[in-house]
Design a protein around this ligand. Structure first.
Ligand code: AMP
Length: 257
């Protein structure tokens, strides 16, 4: 049995996780839950797109067996007070920019695992750090299921699909291409022999600065624990987070050097 947790406003990225589960598992369950505890005050919870009818149509068309759409009170009944302290891999990057985010994510994901026990759970590597957080939590807490990390689905021009892309104006969408652009730039630099992480990070920052409004981070890290490295070697991942207008976007690229 496969589980695909989502917050709704589904697109082909979510669809790819469902298709992977339908292919690998006898039954696939999706969840649609816009989890309030992973949004800080002032983040985009209230304006997050809600498209339940279309979401259910997509699930149906992909052969999903069932969809759980719990209410906030079902997930967090009165008196709820237990939570997961996320693993160390949650501390930096998204964890630094959004301090309570991964605590909210880890807690709700563990709850969804309990509400709908399955053998496999599918996550997108679009949210690379989140995928690692869940992997580490599952390992550390002996949770008996397999985490499957699925590749990033992109629009033909390279922009990673995201429920938040609908907020981008035509101009902002063009400027958002700086995220995959910065990642592509260092991929080429690495192929040409550049191995110094500081230089690669500076290159990404410069490319992003020319088009986005704020760069939150642009880093190259060890893949498995997102630890800092001085030179690229083995499995590494470049991760970027930036604001274009009021919209916060993230992207990443995995490389084996
Ligand atoms: P969300 O609804 O944003 O919480 O995303 C639900 C799941 O879909 C997460 O595991 C995401 O990583 C995954 N996901 C979102 N966008 C993409 C994408 N463009 N490619 C692959 N997976 C994605």
């Amino acid at each position: 049995m496969g589980l695909v947790p989502t917050m709704g406003a589904l697109h082909a990225g979510h669809g790819s996780l469902m298709s992977a589960s339908v292919k690998q598992c006898d039954a696939t369950f999706a969840t649609i839950f816009l989890n309030p505890t992973q949004f800080a005050a002032g983040e985009d919870l209230t304006r997050y797109p809600r498209t339940l009818d279309a979401d259910l149509d997509l699930c149906r068309s992909l052969g999903v067996t069932g969809v759980l759409v719990p209410g906030v009170d079902e997930v967090y009944p009165p008196g709820f007070s237990t939570s997961v302290k996320p693993p160390d891999v949650a501390t930096d990057l998204e964890g630094r920019c959004r301090p309570d985010h991964f605590g909210g994510v880890a807690t709700v994901v563990l709850k969804l695992f309990q509400m709908l026990p399955t053998t496999h759970a599918f996550f997108g590597r679009k949210d690379y750090q989140q995928w690692r957080v869940i992997e580490h939590m599952v390992r550390d807490l002996n949770i008996a299921l397999k985490i499957v990390g699925c590749r990033i689905i992109r629009d033909p021009d390279g922009l990673a699909l995201s429920s938040r892309n609908v907020f981008l104006s035509t101009d902002q969408r063009k400027r958002a291409l700086a995220l995959p652009g910065a990642l592509g730039l260092i991929s080429e630099a690495i192929k040409s022999g550049q191995t110094e992480v500081a230089a690669l990070e500076a290159m990404m920052k410069l490319r992003l600065d020319s088009d986005v409004d704020t760069v939150e981070y642009a880093v190259v890290r060890r893949a498995n624990d997102l630890g800092k490295i001085a030179f690229v070697e083995g499995d590494v991942v470049a991760l970027v987070a930036a604001r274009v207008g009021a919209t916060r976007l993230i992207d990443n690229m995995e490389m084996t050097c």
